[in-house]
Design a protein around this ligand. Structure first.
Ligand code: PEP
Ligand code: MG
Length: 748
């Protein structure tokens, strides 16, 4: 029985001999299952492969009814095979029929078997098949046997991936499929698929000389670290800022002691260096597969990327990166680390599509930095397309059109052309004032949070930065950014904006903005929980460090600080005390104070709207965070797509509240802006100026469209029209305003 590493060695030799045969994949698979069954002393050995529709197809069997081959398809998650696939880990049962997942298939004749051992066949984070053995007796497969079958599954995976074993590639290649996903980085592109699957085949698994393998592994790790250091030292401007932070995190992983220890232990059991890397990679994947915490997945993606790099170094094999890429490459991957994306030639990549990947993932941040359209969470897309398939990626709608019809392609080409025309028009007015036809100037500011956003300030002609989300620096880092790192970033932002204003919002973490390294307890309602100013006042060191970094970065310049999620005047007073303490500290230590420090609050908690008479005299400015204000006003979680769209931001209650804020700010002579998403929609922006807002802050891409709207608008008419709508009964206010824009030639 395969109780030692020796048994797989015999089996692996048999597998190699089989692979050398001139026969096709079907025959080879049939031989392989016979060999495995014999070696494991099992009556049954079967191989199932995942198909495009996510089902598991029986492709070879020794022991089950041969007629079931290609006829037995288990739906996603069905049966014990489905369980192995969905858990991505071994399932070992002395009595299979007692398990709730057992699914009886009469065509296979498997009811006579009791014990069951199934292991996943995995490639690059995906379960591509399942390998099973079964016995008539109620057997407990030993841990060594499970391990032996896993090693065989690993070899099988490599063989399947390199197309040596695929019995038939007939799948569902329908024309015109659309797969939905989540937009990660804006844009539209069409081109041809390149699958980012680093095809690193590990075919030498058993070491002849373990000492030599240990040395190979440690040399490869050294080389890997040197490559990352090299990337870090390339230092071109494009890679400054958060790129740097991402790569720093990467470097940290390359020094992860646990990871290196586990690989060394695997080498000590007799595996080759590359097999050890692959084994640890698979184990980590199995642990992560059921994890939903974005941080753990992100960390896994980084480690996975590093493992692939190590494998390439150890096997000397190349990846798509080094191959000739088409000039219109649409890169498709299950997941990807940021450094992997940076390896590709940006000139040849038109878009990126990932099966995983959230908006805040490292690779998404890098895609945005490269202005590369990207869509994430494209469910099972790898099963639906092949290399060189034509695709259209609409990263605005979050859609991927696979093998699109000629009509769809030409529709998208028109869309791309129109977009280019619109952008050319916006570029023309970028240095023109954002002034209405009746001469009222509106301040159009942009929102930012990363160093890569800064060039947009000049590209769009924004009047300044109305909201700098400082938490982004914290969110992409792997540990708390040190005070000097914070200071460096703030100084760079201040340098970049020059004479234009920038409002730094103090750390707005908690809620959906999670810092992996900041321990916090589980909250049932995080959006209403311990976040932003609440956390800052409970942990004053956090806010004080940030304030100190900001004040020191100012170097005698003016600095504006804005507090998020204030719900009570007392919180503002608490923050003011901390600022005073920091000021005294800086004076005491001989630092130059900022020329002045302007303090503002965000109005995003409804309760604050009824405290404006007390609050406004105490602040230098205010900014409405309409994203949060509206989610609280309508009790509709902004991150839950099922409810987030249920209210209209141009409805009566919203406009009344916002109108109240604008009026109070004017009464108290306090500058007010609005920096939520609605500021970036031309029709919403039109309503805001009609309500009295003279300053709004938005995503950089909205500056052009909103400025075009302002320049085509007569303020007095829209004020009158909105006033009429709010005091009378016009029904749908959005429709009313759309009608106004249409009849008054306002560009919305
Ligand atoms: C808001 O709530 O409107 C806002 C601008 O802040 P954030 O989106 O970062 O919560
Ligand atoms: Mg907010």
């Amino acid at each position: 029985m395969a109780a030692t590493i020796g048994a797989p060695r015999v089996l692996l030799r048999r597998l190699r001999e089989t692979m050398a045969l001139p026969e096709g994949g079907e025959v080879k698979l049939a031989r392989i299952v016979v060999d495995i069954a014999a070696n494991m002393v099992a009556e049954v050995c079967s191989i199932y492969l995942r198909r495009r529709d996510e089902s598991m197809e029986l492709v070879a069997t020794e022991g089950l009814n041969p007629d079931a081959v290609h006829n037995t398809h288990l739906a996603r998650g069905e049966g014990l095979v489905g369980l192995v696939a969905s858990r991505a880990e071994a399932v070992n049962l002395p009595e299979a029929r007692d398990h709730p997942s057992f699914s009886y298939r009469p065509e296979t004749g498997e009811e006579i078997y009791h014990s069951f051992l199934g292991v996943p066949v995995q490639r690059q984070g995906r379960v591509i098949g399942v390998l099973t053995v079964q016995n008539r007796t109620q057997r407990n497969y030993a841990e060594e046997e499970v391990e032996a079958l896993q090693i065989v599954a690993m070899v099988l995976a490599e063989m399947i991936a390199s197309d040596q074993l695929e019995p038939s590639r007939a799948g569902n290649r329908s024309v015109g499929q659309v797969v939905g996903g989540v937009p990660l980085s804006d844009g539209i592109a069409h081109g041809h698929v390149v699958l980012h699957v680093p095809r690193v085949a590990v075919d030498t698994l058993i070491a002849d000389d373990p000492d030599h393998e240990e040395k190979r592994l440690s040399d490869a790790i050294e080389k890997l670290r040197a490559t990352i250091d090299d990337m870090l030292s390339r230092g071109d401007v494009a890679r400054a800022g958060e790129h740097r932070d991402v790569l720093e995190a990467y470097r940290m992983f390359a020094h992860d002691r646990g990871w290196i220890r586990r690989m060394n232990e695997a080498v000590a059991t007799g595996l080759t260096a590359e097999a050890a890397v692959a084994k640890v990679q698979n184990e980590t994947r199995a642990r992560v597969v059921n994890q939903t915490a974005p941080f753990l997945r992100e960390r896994f993606n980084d480690l996975n990327d590093l493992s692939n790099r190590l494998l390439r170094m150890l096997t000397g094999r190349s990846t798509a990166v080094e191959e000739d890429l088409p000039d219109d490459t649409i890169l498709v991957a299950h997941s990807m680390g940021p450094a992997e994306l940076l390896d590709y030639d940006r000139q040849k990549i038109r878009a990126l599509v990932l099966e995983e990947g959230g908006h805040a993932s490292h690779v998404a941040i890098v895609a945005r930095a490269l202005s590369l359209p990207a869509v994430g969470q494209a469910d099972s897309i790898l099963n639906k397309l092949d290399t060189a398939d034509p695709v259209v990626v609409d990263a605005e709608a979050g859609e991927i059109h696979i093998r699109p019809s000629a009509d769809v392609i030409s529709g998208y080409k028109d869309k791309e052309r129109l977009k280019a025309q619109r952008e050319a028009r916006y570029a023309k007015i970028k240095d023109q004032p954002a002034k209405t036809k009746d001469g009222v100037e509106i301040e159009l500011l942009m929102n930012a949070g990363l160093m890569v956003d800064l060039p947009h300030l000049h590209e769009t002609g924004a009047a300044g930065i109305g909201l700098f989300r400082t938490e982004f620096q914290f969110m992409i880092a792997s540990t708390f950014p040190r005070p000097d790192e914070q200071q460096r970033m703030y100084a760079e932002v201040l340098d970049a904006v020059g004479d234009k204003p920038v409002v730094f919002r103090s750390l707005d973490v908690g809620g959906d903005k999670v810092l992996p390294y900041l321990r916090s307890s589980h909250e049932e309602n995080p959006a209403l929980g311990w976040r932003a100013i609440r956390m800052a006042l409970d942990r004053p060191a956090l806010l004080r460090t940030q304030l100190r970094a900001l004040m020191r970065a100012a170097q005698g310049r003016e600095v504006r600080v804005m507090l998020p999620m204030v719900s009570d005047v007392a919180e503002l007073e608490g923050a003011r005390e901390l600022i005073d303490k920091e000021t005294r500290h800086l004076v005491l230590h001989g630092y130059t104070l900022p020329k002045r420090l302007l303090l503002g609050v965000m109005i995003e908690v409804p309760a604050l709207v009824w405290q404006l008479d007390r609050l406004l005299p105490l602040v230098d400015f205010a900014s409405v965070g309409s994203n949060d204000l509206l989610q609280f006003l309508f009790a509709a979680d902004r991150t839950n797509l099922q409810v987030a769209q249920r209210f209209d931001s141009l409805s009566y209650p919203v406009l009344r509240v916002l109108g109240e804020v604008a009026t109070k700010a004017r009464t108290h002579d306090v500058p007010v802006t609005l920096c939520g998403e609605m500021a970036g929609e031309p029709i919403e922006a039109m309503a805001l100026v009609a309500l009295g807002f003279r300053s709004i802050s938005m995503a950089p891409s909205s500056i052009g469209p909103v400025k075009a709207m302002i320049r085509s608008l007569e303020l007095a008419s829209v004020e009158q029209s909105l006033h009429y709508a709010l005091s009378g009964d016009v029904g749908d206010i959005r429709q009313h305003l759309q009608g106004f824009a249409a009849t008054h030639d306002v560009e919305i």
